[in-house]
Design a binder for this molecule. Sequence first.
Ligand code: SF4
Length: 433
Amino acid sequence: MSERILILKSGKCAWARCLFCGYGSIHTEVGKEDLIRKFDKFFRNLDKTENLKVFGSGSFLDEKQVPKEVRRYFIEKCRQMGIKKVTIESRPEFITTEKLKEFDGIDLEIGIGLEVADDKILKRINKGFSLKDYERAVDIIHKCNKKVRTYLLVNLPFVRDIEKSLEDSVRYALKFSDSIVLINLLPHHNSKLFKMWLRGEWNFLSRDEFYKLVKKFAKNPKIEIDVETFKFIPKFPLELRENLSGVGEEFLTHRHFEVWQDYLQRWYCPPRKRDILLLLPCSHKKPYSKSKTHKKILRILKKFKNYRRIHQVMVSNAGLVPREFENLYPFNSYDWDEKRETHEIKKRYIEITAERIERYLSAHKKSYKRILCFLRYDSESYKALKIASQRLGFEFRNLLSKETYNRIKSRGRILQTEDALNDLYNGLKNEIA
Ligand code: SF4
């Protein structure tokens, strides 16, 4: 059956208080005429669609979000277009017999975010309705010969035994639903859950952890599995951002750096086809690519036709920073002044960085055919890399040769010198040309 998805941005979720949801606070002011124009545009470009899914934060059946006339216009359009099945989403309180009857003749499915079959947890996550409310809505839907699609969130906070809670919730939801979606809970920015994540009170499941938990349900034809409902990147809302300039333990293991490193190790996948890892130093100027050293490095890399095979990852007190994230907070908002480093903090930097490299490469070593670096031999980052390579047993090559380094080490900014950059060019020629 051909399927299309309509993302509906209209109004605001009437509840907007679920602890894990950042969508609820999004408000898109759209007038009736605009909404109708949007539907017209969508249906104009629709070709032979039999199954239409309408997604949007909130409730399609909330008349403040989708006014009655607009809803009826939408239903009529679906009929005209010969759409056989329509899926919409709604909170239980907006589900009424009268509204559902309007859809007669169309196979209607209503998605309800039940999240968990436990009233105590529903209260704690501030869902704003109970199992009784859900059951009442399900009863109306089934009496109108429509279908129920129940969303369950896997790994909610406050749940003591995730596995048992999931089993109980699935068993419960199967009694009331025509289909179920098991969703991996990830931290939306703008949600309270995001703050809990930053405080270390909750953590997301990696893909493997999630699949392991839901595996036993995967063969049930009524159950779908959704590991990533939105593209998950830790996006810090403005009000949570801090000035991270300084030297010391606090600026080495700050929570904002740590959650990113955890993300890079447990969720991130290096870009496909970038099979050569090149570890580079960070720079005072942010984003790194605007600094003199990085500009020169990038000029050399771009001389190679297939330079896109190179995955550039910076090594810094903030952790490992893949080039594609260099302009995101916190990587564009810290400053570590090497002149203020003490012997102790240098030692800690090496320890922490070696661990971070080790964990990153334990997760992603298979993505890379070669591991290279362009680092000063006396830098803490290079020392950390060496320790990680010994512990994990991987080989790497420093594109700055020992001979060049020994010859120029007394000069300042050695990675910007022609000699060092020549090494980078010649080294890469051997590796990727
Ligand atoms: S989960 Fe749904 S009901 Fe809860 S705030 Fe988000 S959009 Fe609203």
